[in-house]
Design a binder for this molecule. Structure first.
Ligand SMILES: Cc1ncc(COP(=O)(O)O)c(C=O)c1O
Length: 330
C-alpha cells in the first residue's frame, strides 16, 4: 500500500482511532470537542527510519511513556495502556506503506454527543486517542544539518512550569511555541530560543539546546522549563559514552553568543547546528567539531549501524510480518 498525497505531503492512508484503523479522510473531530476550545491535548512526535535492517522506530517505548506521563499530569485516563499504544503504532506504520515516517500519537478531550459538555471543566468530555503518520523530511531544511541555522533569542518568555508544566508535551504549550516560531520567521530567522521566567536559556520552540565550551557539553536543566527531550537524553548518553564532560546548568543569554558550538536537538530537528544567534556568529559559524562527532554517532544509531550506548534497545523494528524486533544486533 502506498502513502496518500495530501497537498504536497505524503501521508499514511490510514489513521488509528481508539483501537481501530480508519481511513485518513474519516479522522475528523466535532467542532465542539473540548480540545478545540481549551487546548486539551497531549501528543508525541516520533520518527521511524528506513535502516538497512528494515524500518525502525527510534525510542518508541520512551516516547509512549512520555505520552502517558503527559496524560497523567492532565488527569486524562486513556482507554489504552502504553504497550497497546506501542503495538498500535507499529501496526499503523506497517499498514501505512511508508518506510520512513513521522508518527503523531495524540490523546485529547473530545465530545460525547449523547451527553455534551461545553464548559472549561474537562471531566465530562471523553478521552480520544489517535495516531497518524506522514513523511516528513528535515524539519529545519535539508542543508541545516551541515551548515547550521540562524536563530534569535525570543522576546517571548518560555511557559513556566507552574502554569503550563513543560514536563507534559501538551498541545496548549505550543501556543507559546508558535509565538516564538512566528517572531523568529518574521525576523528572518529559522528558529527562536526562549528564555525562562528568570531570564536563563530554556529551549527552542520545538527543540532542546546544547552549548559546547572548552570541550564540555552544557545544557539547561529540566528546571529551566524545558521538555525532557528524548533526543536530548540520547545525546547525553552518547556524549557520556564518548567521555565528554556534561554540565546541566543555568545558562545566561550572553553565553549563547560566546559558545564554541551550539546545537538544537529534537525528533524533528535531530541534531541541528546553530551558526548564529541574534546575527552574532557562533564559533566558526558552521557545524562544530563536537557537534559533528555527536551527529555521526547519533545517525549511526538511528540507522542501526551501531548499538545504542550501554547496549540499550533504541530501535523497534517494523518487519513484514508485523512482529516487533527490538535492538540492534539481537
Ligand atoms: C518544546 C520542545 N522541546 C524539545 C523537544 C525535543 O524533544 P524530543 O527530542 O523528545 O523530540 C521538542 C520536540 O518534541 C519540543 O517540542
Amino acid at each position: 500500500m502506498a502513502g496518500k498525497d495530501v497537498a504536497t505531503m505524503k501521508v499514511s492512508p490510514k489513521v488509528w482511532r481508539n483501537g481501530e484503523i480508519i481511513d485518513w479522510d474519516d479522522a475528523r473531530v466535532h467542532i465542539m470537542s473540548h480540545v478545540i476550545h481549551y487546548g486539551s491535548s497531549v501528543f508525541e512526535g516520533i520518527r521511524c527510519y528506513n535502516t538497512s535492517k528494515g524500518s525502525a522506530v527510534f525510542r518508541l517505548p520512551e516516547h509512549i511513556q512520555r505520552l502517558m506521563n503527559s496524560a497523567k499530569i492532565y488527569r486524562m485516563d486513556p482507554s489504552f495502556n502504553r504497550d497497546q499504544i506501542i503495538d498500535a503504532t507499529v501496526e499503523l506504520i506497517r499498514q501505512s506503506g511508508l518506510d520512513e515516517c513521522y508518527i503523531r500519537p495524540v490523546i485529547f478531550r473530545g465530545l460525547d454527543e449523547s451527553k455534551p459538555s461545553f464548559g472549561v471543566n474537562p471531566f465530562g468530555s471523553p478521552i480520544d486517542t489517535y495516531i497518524a503518520t506522514w513523511q516528513w523530511g528535515k524539519y529545519l531544511g535539508e542543508e541545516a544539518l551541515e551548515t547550521g541555522i540562524d536563530v534569535c533569542v525570543s522576546s517571548w518568555t518560555r511557559i513556566t512550569s507552574n502554569s503550563l508544566p513543560s514536563m507534559a508535551k501538551a498541545g496548549a504549550n505550543y501556543m507559546n511555541s508558535q509565538l516564538i516560531k512566528m517572531e523568529a520567521i518574521l525576523g528572518g530567522f529559522s528558529e527562536g530560543i526562549a528564555l525562562d521566567d528568570r531570564g536563563y536559556v530554556s529551549e527552542g520552540s520545538g527543540e532542546n539546546i546544547f552549548l559546547v565550551n572548552n570541550g564540555k557539553l552544557i545544557t539547561p536543566p529540566l528546571g529551566a522549563s524545558i521538555l525532557p527531550g528524548i533526543t536530548r537524553d540520547s545525546v547525553l548518553q552518547i556524549a557520556r559514552e564518548m567521555g565528554i564532560e556534561i554540565i546541566e546548568t543555568q545558562i545566561q543569554r550572553a553565553a549563547l553568543y560566546l559558545a564554541d558550538e551550539l546545537f538544537f536537538t529534537g525528533t524533528a530537528a535531530e541534531i541541528t547546528p546553530i551558526r548564529s544567534v541574534d546575527r552574532i556568529t557562533v564559533g566558526a559559524g558552521r557545524c562544530g567539531e563536537m557537534t559533528k562527532r555527536l551527529q555521526e554517532e547519533f545517525f549511526k544509531i538511528i540507522l542501526a549501524e551501531r548499538p545504542a550506548p550501554a547496549g540499550a534497545d533504541w530501535l523497534t523494528f517494523v518487519n513484514d510480518a508485523g512482529e516487533k524486533k527490538t535492538a540492534v544486533g539481537k
